[in-house]
Unconditional design. Structure first.
Length: 268
């Protein structure tokens, strides 16, 4: 089998896809092609063809896909493969270096590992017991745990984000152009979903460098628009060793006065 899908700037090619076996033996699966100019492979096995319709026992699935350095594995069973119902699968993603997969201009580096359970029916898949992490030695460690009740609609999302970043290059890329260069970020937040939006609740962010420390706490909604923040409610606590560092935030009206402490409530 050969399948070619073309878009304006990409061509997706499945050069070969083979399912080989007799009716009563496990089906061996082999596939290869190109995605975004890079080769990918699919290997594994499915249960016997006859078991798709007999359904005396859960139908086994074991597949592994690799693309560049990324590898995805799916293992488990399906109660009714004919209708895509009763999925009980374990998924695992491994990327040794995330910078090799995503945008080259994004200075986010580290190993990505994720494990999750796929439950439910094909038209209402749920991801349970999600555990995902991006780690780069002592420079970066971000953890996401929780569940997504409906993967297709992104509804019933209950995730928790926590971790730290000490990579100055990544923090400079992350912050607006006129922001100070921070050396450390710590974050802790709950991620939920509403109607066409994500909700960050119980948000706690700490930004710091040698002169300045900013603590942010509160909640916000995020939508996919030019100005994504909605119903933003944050409390900011600022502590600076000198006045020069915070002058851009105060309209450049203060002379050097030594240490500065202050707080502000930010709402939209």
């Amino acid at each position: 089998m050969q399948l070619i899908l073309e878009s304006d700037d990409q061509a997706y090619t499945l050069n070969n896809f083979v399912i080989a076996s007799d009716r009563h033996a496990p089906l061996e699966v082999h596939g290869a092609g190109k995605f975004k100019g890079h080769d990918f492979e699919i290997n594994g096995y499915l249960g016997p063809l006859a078991d798709i319709y007999i359904q005396d026992s859960p139908y086994p699935v074991s597949l592994t896909a690799s693309w560049q350095q990324a590898q995805l594995s799916i293992n488990g069973t399906i109660e009714d493969p004919d209708d895509g119902e009763g999925m009980d699968l374990v998924g695992e993603i491994e990327i040794p270096e995330i910078a090799d997969i995503f945008a080259k201009n994004m200075p986010l580096k580290g190993r990505l590992h994720s494990k999750f359970y796929i439950k439910g029916d094909l038209d209402e898949l749920a991801l349970a017991e999600i555990q995902a992490s991006i780690a780069n030695k002592e420079l970066l460690n971000l953890q996401v745990t929780g569940s997504i009740g409906n993967l297709l609609t992104q509804e019933q999302t209950e995730l928790h984000l926590s971790g730290f970043a000490h990579d100055a290059g990544f923090l400079k890329w992350l912050m607006p152009d006129n922001s100070p260069h921070f050396h450390s970020l710590k974050i802790d937040a709950d991620i939920n979903t509403g109607q066409d939006e994500y909700i960050l609740q119980n948000l706690k962010i700490n930004l710091s460098n040698k002169q300045l420390k900013i603590d942010l706490t509160g909640n916000t909604r995020i939508v996919q628009q030019a100005q994504p923040f909605r119903s933003l409610e944050l409390q900011a606590e600022i502590s600076s060793r000198d006045t020069v560092t915070v002058k851009p935030y105060l309209g450049n009206i203060l002379p050097e006065m030594g240490r500065v402490k202050g707080s502000v409530r930010i709402t939209t």
